[in-house]
Design a protein around this ligand. Structure first.
Ligand SMILES: *Cc1c(COP(=O)(O)O)cnc(C)c1O
Length: 388
């Protein structure tokens, strides 16, 4: 069983498990409560906040895919991070996070730290001096996000985990951008993996969800206890939908990646494209690490628009197959202007520190035919040129 490939785990987990009617696809249990077989006999599931068959099945699939002992499915990715910090951090304890992490993660950590719930330090995790100084604080938790959002910076998971271990620091990796198809942080030494399942795992932009997977069963029990206590858990319907999306993850990721490579090759030919950020590029600072720790480079990329800001707006407005929207990882291609969208909550100073400027655009390359995506970019660049 354990030697099965991710594609097989994603497709087969729970198939033919229905003992009542032998439904091939497991049924959905929307019920909020489950009967006690007899007085004093506690059933496997009693109340859906604490446990539900659909959520369990999704949790088992995700734990197997990431090579962890347990998984807790939450109502969004943010609440997975919140559950992690609520479970393991006490006032006066430090969490170290990347300075260019997801905007909502930055807001969560920063706002709760301001309330005195814990102490947070945002650092450039590719800077060895900054990492050593941070670990000298003996932080309780270290959050890694690689590749990061939106500049797809890559840091060395294995090395950071080894260093963290010497400081007794627990490490979580936000693996939203690559999924277990392309990166398995637990095998590289991480204690936890966190996902916004809203993105590639569900993959169809119709469910908000999250998960935290733990290497150790004991940590999983603590997370499950707090997940129920705080009310962070995901719903049965969302769990059903997310597992349905997850079935095709392996096939989707392959096409996302192939098309991203074609889009990248095209962008290199465009005069209105400045610096391009993608871990597959030999010029990308994290390229060598990415080659080692990832089995694919992913389909998230960013670039500096080399025209005027007016031209940038025309370019974005002229696109027909890239929707101007937040989020990522769905079947549909998206374009995002991080400074005014996903990352606006960070404020100008933090944005500048993270290197997110006004000219930066981020693409989530979807599953439309790559030639159509490129034709769409072509006509939009053309229209932007005309505005010169
Ligand atoms: C979207 C996202 C989150 C937050 O997840 P939600 O489901 O929106 O709460 C966290 N980390 C990364 C990298 C994300 O892209």
């Amino acid at each position: 069983m354990t030697t099965r490939q991710p594609a097989t785990i994603a497709v087969r987990t729970g198939i033919e498990s229905d003992s009542q009617y032998h439904a091939v696809v497991p049924p959905i249990y929307l019920s909020t409560n489950f009967g006690f077989p007899a007085f004093g006999e506690v059933p496997t599931y009693d109340y859906t906040r604490s446990g539900n068959p659909n959520r369990s099945l999704l949790e088992q699939t995700l734990a197997d895919l990431e090579g962890g002992q347990a998984a807790i499915v939450t109502n969004c990715g943010t609440s997975a991070i919140n559950l992690w910090i609520s479970t393991f951090l006490s006032p006066q304890e430090w969490i170290v996070a990347p300075h260019d992490c997801y905007g909502g993660t930055y807001r969560l950590l920063n706002s709760r730290a301001k309330k005195g719930d814990f102490k947070v330090l945002f650092i450039d995790q590719s800077d060895p001096t900054a990492v050593s100084e941070a670990l000298a604080l003996k932080p309780k938790l270290l959050l890694i996000e690689t590749p990061s959002n939106p500049l797809v910076r890559v840091v060395d998971i294995q090395q950071l985990c080894q260093q963290a271990k010497t400081a007794n620091t627990l490490v979580a990796v936000d693996n939203t951008f690559l999924t277990p198809i392309y990166q398995q942080p637990i095998s590289l030494g991480a204690d936890f993996v966190i996902h916004s399942t809203t993105k590639y795992l569900n993959g169809h932009s119709d469910v908000i969800g999250g998960v935290i997977i733990s290497r150790a069963a004991e940590h999983g029990e603590q997370l499950a206890w707090w997940g129920n206590c705080l009310g962070s858990t995901g719903t049965p319907f969302d769990s059903y939908m997310t597992l349905r999306g997850l079935r095709t993850l392996s096939a989707r990721m392959r096409v996302h990646e192939e098309s991203a490579q074609q889009v990248l090759a095209y962008l290199h030919t465009q005069p209105l494209v400045g610096k391009i950020y993608h871990p597959s590029l030999v010029s990308h600072p994290g390229h060598e690490i990415a080659k080692q720790q990832q089995s694919g480079f992913g389909a998230m990329l960013s670039f500096e628009f080399a025209g005027t800001f007016e031209q940038l707006k025309h370019f974005v407005g002229a696109l027909r197959l890239f929707s101007l929207a937040e989020s990522l990882g769905g079947v549909e291609s998206l374009i995002c202007h991080p400074a005014s969208m996903t990352h606006r909550a960070m404020g100008d100073v933090a944005l500048a520190e993270a290197g997110v400027g006004q000219q930066l655009l981020r693409l989530s390359v979807g599953l439309e035919a790559a030639c159509d995506l490129i034709a769409d970019l072509e006509q939009a660049f053309h229209q932007a040129q005309e505005k010169n």
